[in-house]
Design a protein around this ligand. Structure first.
Ligand code: GLY
Ligand code: MN
Length: 470
């Protein structure tokens, strides 16, 4: 008996030291992009992220610091989580797609563990047992080698670091709605956030300005970002054209969704940038309809509002199609009003114009035409049938960060007017269940606007021609 106990203790001891050794080795081990599952060679470069941090630093006042957190893991149910999506500000500044990370950006250099630096990133450490289930982590060494950060530490070591936060005049952060503990992780941000807050408890805090600075930076795209945006938009345009070719009244909304999302993934997009909207019949009048379960009927219109996400950047392109390949008389009338409003809105996407100009123009046209048709009696009623904004910025978020001031070159915005007349509306019932939205992604330049999604037909003859080609 005694021998058995000694042998078991010995085995446990060896196993324990073996796993510790394995962990230590793993932490210092060089990891390659391929081992991490990174095979794309056209990802945004570490120098882009570094340059963005520099730009932010230029906006910060002397002796201040800015803190950004990665997105939390969100639980879907039981032990299944939602697909992880990095916080776009965090990704923009770091390139890291992993959770449980913090980046601290200092205006001025500090000395930390012998490194003179103006930025620190804390990341989840490597962990063989977690990586077995969830895939490889970059860890400290990976973030140094792949993302080119110099001052990188394991998040769990935060207690050991002299972060120099107490001596700062001001700390900027983005208010955080996600401060719950990740019960299945031993390296989540819960304690780290608490510790950082205690560190800066006597420092002046600002949770407003950082959002504004990030909007100022993110709304102007670099050439590098535009390459990825053009790719996301190109994939989305092809999917819209494929849908035009295949759409028929025998299908269901989920099949039109399946068709475009197959195309997204088949072309290399990682995800849809937002839940695909495929609203047919009466559902065409629900602005963000996403259940996509209805079976089409002969004379339905289908609002297909979709966007592929490619390496973080999303497209957002909407077409409204007759499922049987031919717009009815009433559908065509409403469609052409939206088209007229959109065309005029796009033309007004000129540097120096207010961000709101395309919307003002689209609203005026839609109000005028709906009055001519007797659908409304005065221009104030237009909101009843066109209840949303006409434009938003586009980028890492579908509704991207921006200042909503004047239009500037290298911004990408959508122009997406719509008219929605649900059943029971206070007008002739021949207009009921007609919902139309047309949306394109517009690059502002110092000359004319460029319609990045212009390769998808928008006029009725062009759409009907594609839909009816045998
Ligand atoms: N694509 C959906 C929206 O812009 O709200
Ligand atoms: Mn949109």
């Amino acid at each position: 008996m005694k021998n058995i106990l000694i042998i078991s203790a010995f085995i446990l001891c060896v196993a324990n030291s073996f796993s510790q050794e394995k962990r230590l080795n793993l932490e210092n081990k060089v990891i390659t992009p391929n081992e991490l599952g990174i095979f794309d060679t056209d990802l945004i470069s570490p120098s882009f992220h570094k340059e963005r941090r520099e730009k932010l630093r230029e906006l910060m006042p002397a002796n201040s610091v800015a803190i950004f957190y990665s997105s939390p893991i969100r639980n879907r149910s039981n032990d299944v989580d939602y697909e992880y999506h990095q916080d776009p500000n965090f990704y923009y500044l770091t390139g890291l797609k992993e959770p449980h990370s913090v980046v601290i950006i200092y205006k001025n250099k500090i000395k930390l563990e012998g490194i003179k630096t103006n930025e620190i990133i804390l990341v989840q450490p490597r962990d063989a047992s977690k990586e077995l289930w969830m895939g490889k982590r970059m860890g400290v060494e990976g973030v140094k080698q792949i993302l080119n950060f110099k001052a990188v530490f394991a998040n769990k070591d935060i207690n050991k670091l002299k972060l120099n936060l107490k001596k700062k005049d001001k700390v900027f952060f983005i208010s955080d709605k996600n401060d719950t503990r990740d019960t299945r992780s031993n390296s989540d941000l819960y304690d780290i956030k608490k510790l950082l807050l205690t560190e800066v408890e006597n420092t002046e805090k600002d949770n407003f300005q950082l959002n504004k600075w990030m909007a100022q930076l993110r709304e102007i795209k670099t050439e590098e970002e535009l390459i990825l945006m053009r790719k996301a938009i190109y994939i989305t345009c092809k999917a819209q054209i494929e849908l035009m070719k295949k759409l028929n009244p025998e299908m269901a909304e989920y099949q039109s969704e399946a068709l475009v999302e197959y195309h997204f993934k088949n072309e290399g997009a990682e995800h849809a940038g937002f839940p695909s909207i495929h609203g047919s019949g009466g559902n065409s009048c629900i602005l963000h309809y996403v259940s996509n379960r209805r079976l089409f009927e002969q004379n339905d219109l289908l609002v297909s509002d979709i966007g592929a996400e490619y390496h973080g950047y999303t497209a957002d392109v909407t077409r409204t199609l007759p499922v049987n390949g031919q717009y009815s008389k009433e559908q065509a009338i409403i469609y052409n009003i939206v088209l007229e409003a959109q065309t005029a809105g796009i033309e007004s996407c000129v540097e120096g114009n207010s961000f709101w100009k395309p919307g003002q123009i689209a609203n005026e046209i839609i109000a005028k035409r709906l009055m001519e048709l007797g659908i409304i009696n005065n221009t104030n009623e237009v909101k009843k049938y066109f209840p949303h904004g006409t434009s938003h910025y586009l980028g890492l978020d579908v509704h991207d960060s921006g200042t909503y001031n004047e239009l500037k070159a290298m911004q990408v915005i959508t122009v997406e007017p719509g008219i929605y007349i649900p059943k029971g509306s206070d007008c002739d019932e021949k207009w009921w269940n007609i919902g139309v939205r047309i949306e394109d992604d517009i690059l502002i330049t110092n000359m004319k606007p460029i319609n990045l999604s212009g390769c998808v037909p928008r006029t009725i003859p062009e759409i009907e021609e594609i839909m009816n080609k045998k």
